[in-house]
Unconditional design. Structure first.
Length: 141
């Protein structure tokens, strides 16, 4: 059985490598794929949709990126007929209530603030991934 793919849209190398390290040893076997820009992520997702290939089980989306930022990417995904069912977890350093409100108003499935502590990051990512790959799947119609 193919491992579920998690797409990580993250421009910071340091943040991405911390994400990868934090995911080691979680209960799910996953395949991580990184897109460094919003444009790259949308191209990848649209290409998968057009080719009728399996889409990522989950998308972790950073908000603050140069060029097409996470807000733009979220809107493009959630207002696209082909992509709107993707599960998008916004994973950002921003704890601004305006950012949280914007993301939920634009149909983000969840919003989590990146912790600065690595142990907390590991615990948080395990819980988030467990939920979206297990519980949310079991609850889907």
């Amino acid at each position: 059985m193919k491992k579920p793919e998690i797409l990580v849209v993250e421009d910071s190398d340091d943040d991405y490598y911390a994400f990868v390290r934090a995911c080691r040893g979680i209960s799910h076997e996953i395949e991580l794929r990184r897109c460094c820009t919003g444009s790259e992520a949308l191209e990848y997702l649209i290409d998968l949709a057009h080719k009728k290939q399996p889409r990522p089980a989950l998308v972790f989306l950073d908000l603050n990126m140069p060029g097409l930022d996470g807000r733009d990417v979220l809107r493009e995904i959630k207002y696209s007929d082909e992509l709107s069912s993707l599960r998008v977890v916004v994973y950002s350093t921003s704890d601004s209530p305006a950012d949280v409100e914007f993301c939920y108003a634009n149909h983000a499935n969840a919003y989590h603030v990146k912790p600065m502590d690595f142990a907390r990051m590991k615990t948080d990512l395990k819980a988030i991934i467990d939920y979206w790959l297990t519980m949310a799947t079991e609850l889907s119609p």
